[in-house]
Write a protein of this length. Structure first.
Length: 611
């Protein structure tokens, strides 16, 4: 009898666990545009169901907070209700006996701070804010708002050229993004409610592997407008703006300080992740529009002044990116053998491969640049490569696949160790890197755990080379009079991407919001092109005749996610050849079939096939 009860209890626990997992999946898949108060109320209701009923704040208080929040959501509350809810939540936070009560109250207080405008709209206007409404999650989470369900449907019908052109409608770098995009579009994929998110980046890579982007004709340009726009910087943001302005009929001149286009796509991402011949396919397609002139090896501020550009051109777009590396202020940082990771990757991008044969290398940092740097050092014949990071592996900002790839290739991760000191020999050459062990500590307001020095002895890592990969910097000094933030070195822009007090000057990409992802820079370039076009007195739209397939009935069968595989680590670590394998035809078709076509089902038809 007792054993039977144990079995029943275990079965109940399993059912509860499965229910919680389903609930968490639903929370994870909550799309953009959903009212945050409704989401908060759902969480509060689930928290209240867990209360044991022993302490009054949790047992009775959460129910009262829930009732007040429901009145706010329904548009039946006033400021007195709102203030009472906040005060009660603070009381519960301070007096509840366990985490069920005080964490639920804490999250309510966080939501009040984060979504204050939404609460005020419900109280004063008795409705949600205008931007709240059902949206296609993958399209909304893509910074360039690419029609993802549309191009997946085209791939599913083997129309690869049409899929590439549909991507180009919002993003002229289909190939580069197929290799290195961090795919934020997958974060809220509703397929996760069934099994797992669709491998969107993998499908894009399958499409560009079937037909090269430069073999797919770009749309025809509009009638020439006679307007000339100067673009400072030939990276992803600058070239995106150039592409769209060119299609609109404007004449574009790109000023690039190096001898090749691509910016950090070329000089910051190693060939094993993004083959440069594949990057050139995108660039060739962009230049094929015909209205773009490129002036190489020209530095604005030295070879040509901003004043000259403003006099000659109807508008100027600054997209200089974040091209240099930051360093850490530790003793010995100027020793022989200490280099910027960004500079090291830039040299490799120019074909100057450093020789680390027999050398031990320490890389400081935990982002994608650090992983690129460490994996490149392995390919430069380093004897040992160690990544030093002050937090835990789970806190690293690098993609998990990049971290895993580095480990497979023999890179050692030394986590919870902060830079301490660089030790040198009598000739000023690096001989070791001294670290200070760290203890994980409290979480900050952004939900990131801080660290404090641990009561442990310092660790000495013998090495001959130290590569600093702790961030990128913006060289905006030549433009300092154009509303440059002196602390962050970023440009201060209005909502129209135009610089404050400078009518003809626009800016976007990393030099505005700081070092970020390639797709975010592309999205900024697209927005800038639209704003510049409006400023020039137009409202261009270029049309295409791509017919997106009608949606089929959803396949609700549970499938495992098709992951892209890599070449063997023992083989790939000896060269800079691409490491990632593509999908097979059968794998791609299975992933295409998983798409739930949220552009038609669940969100209503997206007008024109796009948001």
């Amino acid at each position: 009898m007792y054993q039977k009860k144990i079995i029943q209890k275990n079965e109940m626990n399993d059912k509860t666990t499965k229910f919680v997992d389903k609930f968490m999946k639903r929370v994870k898949a909550t799309p953009p545009g959903v009212c945050p108060i409704a989401v908060q109320l759902s969480f509060l209701q689930s928290s209240r169901s867990q209360t044991c009923g022993k302490c009054v704040p949790c047992r009775d208080g959460l129910e009262q907070v829930e009732n007040m929040m429901l009145r706010i959501l329904e548009g039946k509350a006033d400021m007195e209700t709102f203030n009472s809810m906040v005060e009660l939540a603070k009381m519960i936070q301070d007096t509840a006996d366990c985490a069920i009560g005080y964490e639920a109250a804490n999250i309510v207080l966080q939501s009040v701070e984060l979504f204050h405008d939404e609460y005020m709209s419900h109280i004063h206007e008795h409705r949600c804010q205008d931007e709240v409404g059902q949206k296609v999650p993958c399209i909304s989470y893509c910074p360039a708002h690419v029609d993802i369900p549309g191009y997946i449907a085209l791939i599913g019908e083997h129309r690869y050229a049409d899929a590439i052109n549909l991507i180009r409608h919002d993003n002229p770098f289909p190939t580069a993004c197929a290799f290195i995009c961090e795919h934020p579009c997958e974060e809220k994929c509703r397929r996760d409610l069934i099994d797992s998110p669709v491998n969107i980046r993998g499908l894009k890579k399958f499409a560009v592997d079937q037909i090269a982007a430069n073999e797919v004709k770009v749309p025809e340009c509009n009638v020439a407008t006679g307007k000339k726009v100067a673009i400072v910087g030939g990276g992803p943001s600058g070239l995106t703006t150039a592409y769209f302005l060119s299609l609109m009929g404007h004449k574009v001149v790109v000023f690039e300080e190096r001898d090749h286009l691509g910016g950090m796509l070329r000089y910051g991402i190693p060939n094993y992740r993004l083959p440069k011949d594949r990057l050139d396919e995108d660039i060739a397609a962009i230049l094929s529009t015909g209205n773009i002139e490129v002036r190489y090896n020209v530095t604005v501020g030295t070879d040509v002044t901003m004043e000259e550009l403003l006099e000659e051109y109807h508008a100027v777009y600054i997209a200089i990116g974040a091209q240099t590396g930051k360093t850490v202020n530790v003793e010995g940082v100027n020793a022989n053998g200490v280099y910027s990771a960004v500079d090291m990757l830039g040299d490799i991008g120019r074909g100057n491969i450093p020789d680390y044969t027999g050398k031990r290398v320490v890389v400081v940092g935990g982002g994608n640049v650090a992983m690129d740097c460490a994996r490149s050092a392995i390919r430069c014949n380093a004897k040992e490569v160690t990544i030093v990071y002050r937090r835990r592996q789970v806190d690293m900002t690098a993609l998990p696949s990049e971290i895993q790839g580095a480990i497979e290739e023999g890179v050692e991760l030394l986590t919870l160790n902060a830079p301490g000191k660089i030790l040198t020999d009598e000739n000023g050459n690096v001989r070791a890197f001294l670290t200070t062990p760290q203890q994980i500590s409290v979480y900050d307001r952004q939900g990131k755990p801080s660290t404090t020095p641990a009561n442990k002895p310092q660790l000495e890592i013998p090495c001959e080379v130290v590569l600093m990969a702790i961030g990128q910097d913006i060289v905006s000094a030549p433009f300092e009079k154009y509303n440059v933030n002196p602390r962050r070195k970023t440009f201060e822009t209005e909502a129209t991407t135009r610089l404050k007090d400078y009518e003809k000057v626009f800016a976007g990409g990393d030099c505005v919001f700081g070092p970020a992802t390639v797709i975010k820079a592309i999205g900024a370039g697209k927005i800038a092109a639209l704003n510049i076009d409006e400023y020039l007195g137009y409202h261009h739209k270029y049309l295409d005749d791509i017919q997106i397939p009608e949606p089929k009935e959803n396949d609700r069968t549970h499938y495992g996610r098709v992951h892209l595989t890599d070449r063997s680590a023992r083989e790939r670590k000896h060269n800079f050849e691409p490491v990632e394998n593509g999908m097979s035809f059968d794998e791609a078709m299975q992933e295409c079939g998983k798409c739930l076509r949220c552009d038609h089902f669940g969100c209503g038809v997206v007008e024109g096939g796009r948001e």
